[in-house]
Design a protein around this ligand. Sequence first.
Ligand code: C2E
Ligand code: MG
Ligand code: MG
Ligand code: MG
Length: 281
Amino acid sequence: HSLLRLYTQRRDKLDFKPRTAQSSPLAIEELRMALTQRRFVLHYQPKIDMQSGQLAGVEALVRLTCNQYQIVFPNDFIPLCEAHGLIDDLSYEVIRLAIEQQKRWQQAGLDTAISVNLSAVSFANEAFSGRVMQQVGELGDAAKQLIFEVTETAIIQDIGKALSILTRLRLSGCGLSIDDYGTGYSSIKQLSQIPFTELKIDRSLIEGVSRKAHLQVIFESTLSMCNKLGLKVVAEGIEKKSDWKYLAAQGCHIGQGYYYSPPMPEEDLLRWWQAGMPALS
Ligand code: C2E
Ligand code: MG
Ligand code: MG
Ligand code: MG
């Protein structure tokens, strides 16, 4: 379990002192510098096809490297980037890194889809759409191997703008995923306007599902709805074997979580895949 400890250690174990947008205008300069210095890296968490046991893809999760031993997690810098106009540039960088990664893994024999998280703050910027479409356009057919995740609350804030960019991405062949489903206040009517290909049920509705009747009702009805709509269902943040077993038996399409594997740096992900994708637990 040392791998799990290593990749899930939180900021309290690190020397880095996160600052909030209010308390320090300097921190954003550090982030800007980190971007030009290319110190953002991606870790990758496997998504497992629960029915076949095969690799369904990986989710790219951004981290900031401070030095060899310190990394900063996204919850400590994404809000700051969003508040100070740096999020679009960070997204271009994350997309660039993911595309480069895909090529490197392909050379090693691993051909897999990568999911990238987008911030809905970017949807307000017209130029964002154009620049991302350019990055995606260069991929041609390989755009099918790229999935964009957006949280449901984010979409609803400005459904018109979200609809415009997300539809363009979908038409280019990319997958579209509703992230953290069940935590926001989206209406199914609004969500159904956007051509999503996947729905990720939030961890808070997954934890303990094997023994909590109300979570089972929510899961089963969500799965049934998604099956009828042709959406893949991903259960996020599965930590327990009992929950994994339950979800797989109910017909859940894809599972993701510490039970199977934490997010890993590129070399570790490759080694794990070469070793036959063993479950951690
Ligand atoms: P998310 O997209 O919902 O990603 C899932 C988060 O849950 C990740 O945290 C992941 O490491 C963590 N996780 C995965 N499995 C488990 C589990 O079994 N148990 C628990 N307790 N946690 C689990 P992380 O990497 O700290 O990312 C947090 C959030 O930051 C992400 O939530 C996403 O909204 C955002 N984020 C990450 N990378 C990016 C990015 O490149 N761009 C943007 N805009 N946001 C990002
Ligand atoms: Mg996500
Ligand atoms: Mg999520
Ligand atoms: Mg989340």
